[in-house]
Design a protein around this ligand. Structure first.
Ligand code: A3P
Length: 319
């Protein structure tokens, strides 16, 4: 086993120097590996570990997202839906733990995973096309994916990254963030390729990949939560529906509720894989659809919309 880990470490050391480099959004630059932009340390190492060593189970359920598309929200909803008979709403873990603490990232906890009881609920930002066959074909895990209007993803990411940037560095300007995002140089980007990978998989194997949109979730949260329940293999019973369980989950996980909890206002999340500490409050900004209107110029909107139409052309997917 340690020989195999050694091999991955060698693969990493040999691969890294030859990868194209792009400007980072934080202190670290990004590297392009198999077409995808990643942080060289945490993300690339994590990905290689998953590709070489992760042992999926057919019962595994993943929450897959591109950063800033609604990861925190979908984590809360999935955790609450899946565990709804286990926890009461008055003393629910989500009232005292940030959603990221309830549903861990796959590549952030390699040592513990084998000990997790089935079915395992995990999350990942890895694009579908880079996942090993063992996850998508052989064991065929299930994936719940959420996407969002690229304009809102960009604005959310830009503001988030500036909050995480060390104080001694100047903030990234919107113009620069826009350029990087449009060129695809963004963690796990290009964004459009990420979305299309999961979109195509959801068309091919809808029972394995549930494709959701942030905007739909905002519009009709109860409808989406019911779909989520079915997908997770725990459909809501008529009795649960009449007792208002779906609405309780929606309320528990709402932006208003989560963002006002003490834990999400004052505590921090330690990301072990990166050594980075993030204030939980940064995961909750506005939670609105269309906030890009307050930031992007007409020219920016035109360009990003053109990229989106071009990239999604013929896919059947629209934003
Ligand atoms: P904004 O910056 O547009 O407000 P991620 O969780 O993938 O990092 O995405 C963060 C985005 O989701 C942020 O968007 C954040 O405010 C929003 N968000 C977090 N929790 C939410 C919730 N419970 N409901 C709706 N949006 C939420």
């Amino acid at each position: 086993n340690s020989d195999l880990i050694q091999k991955t470490n060698e693969r990493y050391r040999e691969t890294l120097p030859n990868l194209p480099r792009g400007k980072g959004w934080m202190t670290e630059h990004l590297v392009q590996y198999q077409g995808v932009w990643l942080t060289p340390n945490a993300a690339l190492k994590g990905l290689m570990w998953v590709q070489d060593h992760f042992k999926p189970r057919s019962t595994d359920i993943f929450l897959a997202t591109f950063p800033k598309t609604g990861t925190t929200w979908l984590k809360a909803l999935t955790f609450a839906t899946f565990n709804r008979t286990r926890y009461g709403f008055a003393d629910h873990p989500l009232l005292t733990t940030v959603p990221h603490g309830c549903l861990p990232f796959l590549d952030a906890c390699p040592n513990d995973l084998d000990g997790f009881p089935s079915p395992r609920l995990l999350s990942t930002h890895i694009p579908y096309t880079l996942l090993p066959n063992s996850m998508t074909v052989n064991q065929s895990c299930r994936f719940a994916y959420i996407c969002r209007d690229p304009k809102d993803v960009l604005v959310s990411k830009w503001l988030f990254m500036n909050k995480l940037r060390p104080k001694e560095l100047a903030p990234i300007s919107l113009e620069e963030a826009f350029e990087l995002f449009c060129q695809g140089i963004s963690h796990y980007g290009p964004y459009w390729d990420h979305v299309l990978g999961y979109w195509k998989a959801s068309l091919e194997t809808p029972e394995k990949v549930l494709f959701l949109k942030y905007e739909e979730l905002k519009e009709e949260p109860s409808v989406v939560v019911k779909r989520l329940g079915e997908f997770l293999g725990h459909p809501f019973s008529l009795q649960e529906e009449s007792e208002g369980v779906v609405e309780e989950i929606v309320k528990l996980c709402s932006f208003e509720n989560l963002s006002n909890l003490e834990v999400n206002k004052w505590s921090v999340l330690k990301l072990l894989s990166t050594q980075i500490t993030i204030d939980n409050r940064h995961f909750f900004r506005k939670g609105k659809v269309g906030d890009w209107k307050s930031y992007l110029t007409d020219e920016m909107v035109k360009r990003i919309n053109e990229i989106t139409s071009e990239k999604l052309l013929g896919s059947g997917l629209v934003f």
